[in-house]
Design a protein around this ligand. Structure first.
Ligand code: NAD
Ligand code: UD1
Length: 330
């Protein structure tokens, strides 16, 4: 298939491009580089031996996006392009709603106009809100705590309604849990600008000595050791789920959790990082982070049954690959 990958130079998009090319799909990338670097294109070429077509455009810009649909026989779209910093979404709500919603609307409009029938969307476990884990796809969605989360819930509804109104347009909503790790080559991975908000990139910077110590946000949750529990998923496993999703897409809207089904606490992850990599990660326990929930992990059975996809990599692989990338690149 010929697949348009928006945000294809970002963290998850770039890993997915590799898996698509490995599975003999053709890839066109559209990315405005707002949170990625053009060098990733060279790295993708080095890893795969193929240099995908690349358009440096903002996918909210319909006039710039439409020629891609006119000039290429696109079979499917995987839509990663979006802004994703939860804290920033609270201080810049309009930027987040505009970028994340307009991009979804423009892309789905062009898909319908040009008869592109397959659409895979990057959603998030955040749409479940605070509910008991394991989280299942059929659970009612709860109000999220920030504009970023709202853009994911609203995009899910926009796409679901577009499918209802257009026979032949089919969508997969992939609800990611906590993507971490990096490609085994060490060439691509997660390299956030500034001080990281998420746990794994913070841990790698502390291990490298670029940040002094990790603040563990609370040890008084009702969890195995009092620290927050999440379902960390290796980005390469996550990337493979997109290939399965687009290859299995037939009609209607389908929703899948993309997680391992296992919960890992902050301290379990930090201890695994230190043990596997033989490095020290100094930390201190501080108060809870506002908006955090105690536990969040997937029921991952539906993706396995219906897509034939299951996470294969574990916490050891995630901490090893994240550290390799950090050492080689950041
Ligand atoms: P990322 O920031 O690394 O990648 C996003 C890419 O999209 C970047 O390359 C950026 O330059 C590009 N982009 C953003 N807005 C654009 C626009 N208007 N036009 C063109 N390009 C644009 O993020 P990621 O971690 O790879 O996340 C990919 C998607 O998955 C996002 O939609 C994100 O919200 C979603 N998601 C991520 C996580 C996570 O923890 N990483 C979890 C759940 C969902
Ligand atoms: C956060 C977002 C979520 C988003 C996800 C992936 C919030 C409230 N939620 O999820 O919407 O989909 O990122 O981008 O921001 N932790 C520390 N110290 C740190 C950083 C994190 O102890 O310096 C803890 C957190 O309290 C949490 C766990 O580590 O228990 C994971 O945190 P993080 O990586 O930020 O992901 P989430 O909070 O799950």
């Amino acid at each position: 298939m010929k697949i348009l990958v928006t945000g294809g130079l970002g963290f998850i998009g770039s890993h997915t491009v590799i898996e698509l090319l490995k599975n003999h799909h053709e890839v066109i990338i559209a990315d405005n580089l707002v949170n990625s670097k053009i060098e990733v294109l060279d790295k993708l070429a080095a890893i795969t031996g193929v240099r995908p077509d690349f358009y440096q455009i903002d996918v909210t810009d319909e006039a710039k996006l439409e020629p891609i649909f006119q000039n290429h026989p696109i079979d499917g779209v995987i839509h990663f392009a979006g802004l994703k910093a939860v804290g920033e979404s609270v201080s810049k709500p309009i930027e987040y709603y505009y970028n994340n919603l307009v991009s979804t609307m423009v892309l789905s409009k062009l898909c319908v106009k040009y008869g592109v029938q397959k659409f895979v969307f990057s959603s998030s476990a955040t749409v479940y809100g605070d509910q008991p884990s394991p989280l299942k796809e059929e659970m009612e969605l709860k109000k999220t705590t920030n504009p970023y989360g709202e853009t994911k819930a609203m995009s899910e509804r926009i796409l679901t309604d577009t499918v209802k109104a257009n026979d032949g347009f089919a969508v997969v909503l992939l609800r990611y849990f906590n993507p971490v790790g990096a490609h085994e080559s060490g060439l691509i991975g997660e390299d956030p600008n500034g001080i990281p908000n998420n746990l794994m990139p913070f841990v790698t910077k502390v291990a490298k000595g670029q940040l002094k110590k990790l603040s563990v946000f609370g040890n008084d949750y009702d969890t195995v050791d009092g620290t927050g529990v999440r379902d960390y998923i290796h980005v390469v496993d996550l990337a493979k789920a997109h290939v399965k999703a687009i290859e299995n897409l037939t009609k209607g809207t389908r929703v899948y959790n993309i997680g391992t089904g296992n919960g890992t606490s902050v301290l379990e992850l930090v201890n695994a990082f230190m043990k596997v990599n033989g490095v020290d990660v100094p930390y201190e326990i501080v108060g809870r982070r506002p908006g955090d929930i105690a536990t969040c992990f997937a029921d991952a059975a539906k993706a396995e049954t219906e897509l034939g996809w299951k996470a294969e990599l574990g916490i050891e692989d995630m901490v090893r690959d994240a550290w390799r990338f950090e050492q080689q690149n950041c």
